[in-house]
Ligand binder design. Sequence first.
Ligand SMILES: [Fe+2]
Ligand SMILES: [Fe+2]
Length: 223
Amino acid sequence: MTNLATTTVAEIATQHPLSTRVFARHSVDFCCGGHEPLAETCRAKGLDLDRVIQEIEAEINSSQGDQARWDLVPITELIEHIVDTYHSPLLEELAGIETMARKVHRVHGDKDQVMFDGILKTFLAVRADIEPHLKTEEETLFPMILEGKTPDEVLDSIEDDHKKLGQLLATMRSLTKDFFVPAEACNTWRALLVGLKTLEADLHRHIHLENHILHPRARQPCA
Ligand SMILES: [Fe+2]
Ligand SMILES: [Fe+2]
């Protein structure tokens, strides 16, 4: 196995897809960031490097989960996987989460006005950004990639969108105190937090596949 300590987080996530579970557990950014070696990332976040490596090795050695090496499949298959697994279910999920976010805001908003206003406002910003983003990818970017002609500016602008989404997700995590479910939370409140946490995990994996696997291949179509 490669020396994990000196490998970047993004590269580990690409070569060992199950490592993303460990990164998600410790809030290590593997999608918009992830360009530092693991040892440096752990130092900056105050994480025990040896323990993180042990966790990654345990995930890699477990036989469950999506272990597909998306960096090794044909690009058409990778794009199909992104659309089927991440794009198609997302629009429906967003509609469901918005209904819950509005209800929880209406019913419980006065318990913590700053937090509930922030959750709703941040979620609406995520939704407003994602819908046109997916459309641009499906109607403009992916056809360009399949033709082998993608201007760098198009990829740069999509990556800027990812960065902005990553910042909004980080704001959501901090507003909800890591999606903490308080004892007083009713079922909708609980389901909202679970939905937001799942949305974050799915978007991190989705953006990682695009930023670190799809886009580098689009920038060097012959590679
Ligand atoms: Fe996408
Ligand atoms: Fe994207």
